[in-house]
Design a protein around this ligand. Structure first.
Ligand SMILES: [Zn+2]
Length: 308
């Protein structure tokens, strides 16, 4: 009897540990949310991003393994605001039972014009109509709200992790608040009249509103289809007239168009901004925080016309 319990005790202990250590299985719709979940969840979670690094959330084609991952998931984190129109069908295909957290809950969406395909096929609304702009994470204040919403979702799904999630979330919110201050300071170093940027798709509306930088992603030029030579020439004239030197492409869009525009306006394309997806590990923007630092690090000298 005694021998038997001595034999069993370590096994029971091991079984208890294994259960406590089994991480919460979370699926995030895209790489930026996956990073936030990882930062808040730490070792208590495993995270799979449906749309991975450098991939385009708007023209996503789900694989059978994505449905399987959703079926296994204990929590799904999505952006909302129309960013993942394909996810509802996918969730239904996976049985429709998993709890879903909408990271943008509680933020005030800005409006964007509908009817254009937003550079990579996420068409919202009809021409003349406005729709919610989904790219809310480009304002770090919203990023902080995302973190709190994600922490609440993780806590509801895994109450035993509450204190860890709260501590990680507060640390991350603190870093994002500091980063927000740094962005403001960086933008303030650019003369007001030069705070203008041209990008290949309209994903920086929240950044523009929060930090006082004007972004242009003109219609007819931001679509994936070939823009007319006239549209490119008109925009090139505008760049020259206003002395805009900050021209960028984004990590998941086709650079050919902006190359043409830059050549015609005689400016240099200043690099790749990360808007809707992170880079792979080892790239310039493997986390949300790194993405913001990378983007601002490119934007500020380009707006100033340095090194052009
Ligand atoms: Zn987008």
């Amino acid at each position: 009897m005694l021998r038997r319990s001595l034999f069993l005790a370590p096994l029971l202990l091991a079984a208890t540990r294994a259960r406590a250590a089994a991480p919460l299985r979370v699926v995030a719709s895209f790489s930026i949310l996956a990073d936030l979940v990882r930062q808040v969840g730490g070792e208590r979670v495993t995270v799979r991003a449906l749309v991975g690094p450098d991939a385009d959330a708007h023209s996503f084609s789900p694989r059978p393994s994505d449905v399987a991952a959703l079926r296994e998931a204990q929590l799904v984190v999505r952006n909302g605001l129309g960013f993942e129109p394909w996810l509802d069908r996918l969730l239904a295909a996976a049985g429709g039972k998993v709890t879903t957290v909408v990271a943008s809950t509680g933020i005030t969406p800005r409006r964007m014009e509908g009817g254009h395909d937003h550079g990579h096929g996420h068409s919202h609304g009809k021409p003349g109509e406005t729709v919610a702009d989904p790219h809310a994470w480009q304002d770090l204040t919203n990023g902080q709200a995302y973190v709190r919403t994600i922490a609440a979702g993780l806590t509801a799904a895994d109450p035993e992790g509450a204190s860890l999630y709260a501590a990680n979330a507060e640390a991350l919110v603190g870093r994002l608040a500091a980063l927000d201050g740094w962005v403001r300071q960086q933008v303030a170093s650019v003369p007001q009249a030069r705070r203008k940027v041209v990008t290949s798709h309209d994903a920086f509306g929240y950044f523009a509103a929060a930090y006082g930088v004007e972004f242009r992603a003109p219609q007819g030029v931001s679509t994936e289809g070939e823009p007319s030579a006239r549209a490119v020439a008109a925009l090139a004239r505008q760049l020259k007239a206003e002395g805009i030197t900050a021209v960028f492409i984004e990590n998941m869009t086709n650079p050919a168009l902006l190359d043409r525009l830059a050549a015609e306006a005689n400016v240099r394309v200043r690099g790749r901004l990360f808007s809707d997806a992170l880079s792979a590990e080892g790239g310039p923007a493997p986390t949300y925080e790194a993405m913001v630092r990378h983007n601002v690090g490119l934007l500020v000298p380009a707006m100033k016309g340095e090194g052009g």
